[in-house]
Ligand binder design. Structure first.
Ligand SMILES: C[S@@+](CC[C@H](N)C(=O)[O-])C[C@H]1O[C@@H](n2cnc3c(N)ncnc32)[C@H](O)[C@@H]1O
Length: 205
């Protein structure tokens, strides 16, 4: 089957103009990231749909929930830059790409130079530290932690006092008992013609 760099209807207007740069990133994922073990072996279509299109929905949500101009974006457990790199391609705000593995940070530093992304900052730091210290930020996480486990380590006042909104990729539609303490809204979207994915949006409201 041939590779089709499709963009679902929800993203056509906003993201079509970034397609060339997104394809450059796609090429890096299928060549460098796969060779260096940042991602496991995947088809070109899988990389596009699951990594790039999935990431673009985080970018769409950031636009929707960004209630003031100066909010940094932090991608925790970024790995090969997912979702942080596509976000930094389509959004001018600074994006910190956080991982605790130095090798990943080195590869990402090379990548941001190749793609000429001045707003993407690979940063080696532990997730727990960032979660404690982040202020005025939108935090995104894909395949790093479940909403349930994240909520166990968060305090509600932390979200309000530090002005944080958190987006977490999610597989399940089930409502968790802990989410009663937080406001968790589940966003459902298509990554291609047939497959839906979910992102949980956690706010203090
Ligand atoms: C399963 S990968 C997910 C990568 C990427 N977000 C994605 O969707 O493909 C999890 C990443 O989290 C990083 N990681 C694990 N523990 C961490 C920690 N305590 N602090 C920061 N990063 C961590 C790993 O090095 C790895 O790159």
């Amino acid at each position: 089957m041939s590779f089709e760099p499709q963009i679902p209807e929800w993203g056509l207007n906003s993201f079509n103009k970034y397609q060339d740069k997104l394809i450059e990133y796609h090429n890096w994922l299928k060549d460098t990231a796969m060779k260096t073990g940042l991602i496991s072996k995947k088809t070109e279509q899988f990389i596009w749909d699951e990594f790039i299109i999935h990431s673009l929905y985080f970018a769409k949500l950031i636009k929707k929930y960004k209630n003031q101009k100066k909010r940094e974006i932090i991608d925790i457990g970024t790995g090969a830059g997912i979702p942080g790199i596509p976000i930094s391609i389509v959004n001018k705000t600074n994006v910190s790409l956080v991982d605790n593995k130095q090798k990943r940070i080195y590869e990402l530093e090379r990548l941001v130079k190749i793609l000429n992304l001045n707003n993407a900052r690979p940063t080696k730091i532990d997730a727990d530290m960032i979660l404690k210290e982040a202020k005025n930020s939108i935090i995104v996480m894909r395949c790093y932690v479940s909403t349930t486990n994240l909520l166990k380590s968060l305090e509600k006042k932390q979200l309000k006092e530090n002005n944080l909104t958190i987006f977490v990729s999610s597989n399940s539609k089930s409502k968790d008992i802990l989410s009663k303490m937080f406001h968790v809204k589940q966003e459902k979207f298509l990554i291609n013609k047939n497959n839906f994915r979910y992102i949980d949006v956690i706010t203090d409201m």
